[in-house]
Design a protein around this ligand. Structure first.
Ligand SMILES: Nc1ncnc2c1ncn2[C@@H]1O[C@H](COP(=O)(O)OP(=O)(O)OP(=O)(O)O)[C@@H](O)[C@H]1O
Ligand SMILES: [Mg+2]
Length: 220
């Protein structure tokens, strides 16, 4: 994600959480939101795909679609980017303009990793659509919760037994998730100033201490 000079037009601070299924994104995003709220910041905690009524409908389509018809990778990409346009324009941008801290559970890096790295769509198309959908909302800080896929699987499986919902991504094979992981790690190497690599194979509180310390220093 290239730096966008336009992003300085808003007063808020934009944090994203990225990483595979079961890496603890939602857990850590919630804890960080509580911490920053307690410090007196106004916080918008949100997620992708989704975050607005229309975007949540698109999320259901992308994650839970079933039937004879194949959902092509490009269709999946465009549905996710359409959801992102709605989310950025309706929620993220207004929140940043009003000075809030926005914490988003998955964002454009997930598209680079899943639709690019794992599904194999060419990086230029992904970068173009991400730029279009993000508009001037480029994350200031991204936590990459890194975890070997088998560990994330085990955590997600436990949850699936309680939720019982078909999920197109959780049903992918190990190789798919290895490509996701490698694509995330490649982004972290390309953009070390924005992205902080967090070892997610530790207990939740240890991970949280690390994340809180980083956010406490950087959030302005
Ligand atoms: N550090 C951790 N160690 C062990 N279990 C964890 C840890 N963090 C979260 N969990 C548990 O693993 C499961 C997945 O956590 P969480 O929902 O936060 O992950 P996620 O990254 O948001 O997953 P998804 O991408 O599927 O939404 C939950 O049951 C959670 O309680
Ligand atoms: Mg989650």
């Amino acid at each position: 994600m290239e730096n966008n000079t336009a992003k300085q037009r808003y007063k808020g601070f934009f944090i994203t959480f990225e990483g595979p299924e079961g890496s603890g994104k939602s857990t850590q995003a919630r804890k960080l939101a509580e911490f920053l709220t307690a410090k007196g910041r106004e916080v918008l905690l949100t997620r992708e795909p989704g975050g607005t009524p229309l975007a949540e409908l698109l999320r259901k389509l992308v994650k839970n679609f079933e039937g004879e018809e194949v959902m092509h990778a490009d269709t999946e990409l465009l549905l996710i980017e359409a959801a992102r346009v709605q989310h950025v324009q309706e929620k993220i941008l207004p929140a940043l303009q009003s000075g809030k801290v926005v914490i988003c559970d998955r964002f454009a890096d997930s598209t680079t990793a899943y639709q690019g790295g794992a599904r194999g769509i060419d990086p230029d198309s992904i970068a173009f659509l991400n730029r279009l959908a993000m508009a001037q909302c480029v994350p200031d800080l991204t936590f990459l919760l890194d975890l070997p896929p088998n560990i994330g699987f085990a955590r997600a499986n436990e949850r699936k037994e309680t939720k019982g919902e078909h999920d197109r991504f959780e049903e992918e094979q190990l190789n798919f998730h290895l490509r996701v992981r490698n694509a995330f790690l490649a982004i972290a190497e390309r953009e070390p100033s924005r992205m902080r690599l967090i070892n997610a194979d530790r207990d939740p509180d240890t991970i949280y201490q690390e994340i809180r310390a980083i956010a406490d220093k950087l959030v302005r």
